[in-house]
Design a protein around this ligand. Structure first.
Ligand SMILES: Cc1ncc(C[n+]2csc(CCOP(=O)(O)OP(=O)(O)O)c2C)c(N)n1
Ligand code: SF4
Length: 276
């Protein structure tokens, strides 16, 4: 029997007409994310990629501390919960004892760029063969919207009520640029999910990042600009516009490290898209 949410059932749409299915790599559980939050969307992109690469049975997820703390319940893969910021260290251990597994961390900016800065920098420098999905929403979402290393200059948060003062706390940290400078990395890019075109590009980048790990090429990291309508005090659609207007100029979308061995992976996909 096809499960139809109440709204769709009431609309009279036949379940047989639905083509938008839940990826096998996502669990069938209710979400705890706020309405309009793009964490769930990013989860879906990762799950679609895991399905397409047929790696569900050998993928391990390392969940962070932050709004994605329950990520291990949403992905239908084996998973672990790491202490605040320690996901790359835990992932290193998992990958080293089971090199045939595909190990990814899913981390917010407070988790990765504040308390976990040390872990990510050293994992990248060592060239651990991991995939890191780094969700940048410019604040500490889960604990009430405090200032994070990625908070924009002048941005008001619960712990910077007069706006981020860069003369005392520094400029927003550009993680993709920072990590790309480390020699152990193979693929480091920044993407965004504020509109459909960018969502598609984000999915392609996540796929490349997993393929880089499958080929054993080095650390791959995809930074994703993500919305936090609740703490930004914006409606979901306005939050997406805020990403485009305010975040993208500070955190430019782009490729920051694509190692020579990774280039053929990206070419293969674009020639398939062009029907070659
Ligand atoms: C050692 C430790 N310090 C602080 C906390 C409190 N804490 C939990 S989540 C969080 C912020 C997470 O923010 P971020 O990583 O940006 O993720 P988001 O919630 O925005 O997705 C903090 C400070 C904690 N759980 N453990
Ligand atoms: S607090 Fe922000 S990041 Fe956390 S679930 Fe809500 S909207 Fe998403």
């Amino acid at each position: 029997m096809t499960f139809l949410p109440d709204g769709i059932a009431a609309s009279g749409i036949d379940g047989a007409d639905l083509v938008y299915e839940r990826p096998a790599a996502l669990s069938d559980v209710p979400t705890h994310y706020c309405p309009g939050c793009t964490h769930g969307l990013i989860h879906r992109l990762i799950a679609e990629v895991i399905d397409e690469l047929q790696i569900r049975e050998r993928t391990l997820c390392v969940a962070p501390v932050g709004c994605a703390v329950f990520a291990y319940t949403y992905f239908n893969v084996d998973g672990c919960e790491a202490a605040h910021g320690r996901a790359p260290a835990m992932a290193t251990g998992l990958k080293r004892i089971q090199p045939d597994k595909i190990v990814f961390t899913y981390q917010g900016d407070g988790d990765l760029a504040a308390i976990g800065t040390n872990e990510i920098i050293h994992a990248a420098n060592r060239g651990e063969k991991l995939t890191v999905i780094f969700v940048n929403n410019a604040n500490y979402g889960m604990t009430g919207g405090q200032m994070a290393p990625t908070t924009l200059a002048g941005m008001v948060t619960t712990s910077s009520p007069y706006g981020r003062d860069v003369s005392s706390v520094g400029q927003p940290m550009r993680v993709a640029e920072l990590i790309a400078a480390l020699p152990g990395t193979a693929y480091v890019v920044r993407r965004s999910v504020h509109n459909v075109a960018n969502i598609r590009k984000t999915k392609a980048a996540i796929k490349t990042a997993f393929q880089v790990q499958m080929e054993g090429l080095g650390l791959s990291l995809v930074e994703v600009l993500s919305s936090c309508p609740t703490n930004w005090r914006l409606k979901p659609a306005d939050a997406l516009r805020w990403i485009e207007d305010e975040m993208v100029p500070v955190f430019p979308i782009g490729d920051y490290r694509v190692a020579d061995q990774v280039v053929p992976l990206t070419r293969r996909r674009s020639s398939r898209r062009n029907g070659k």
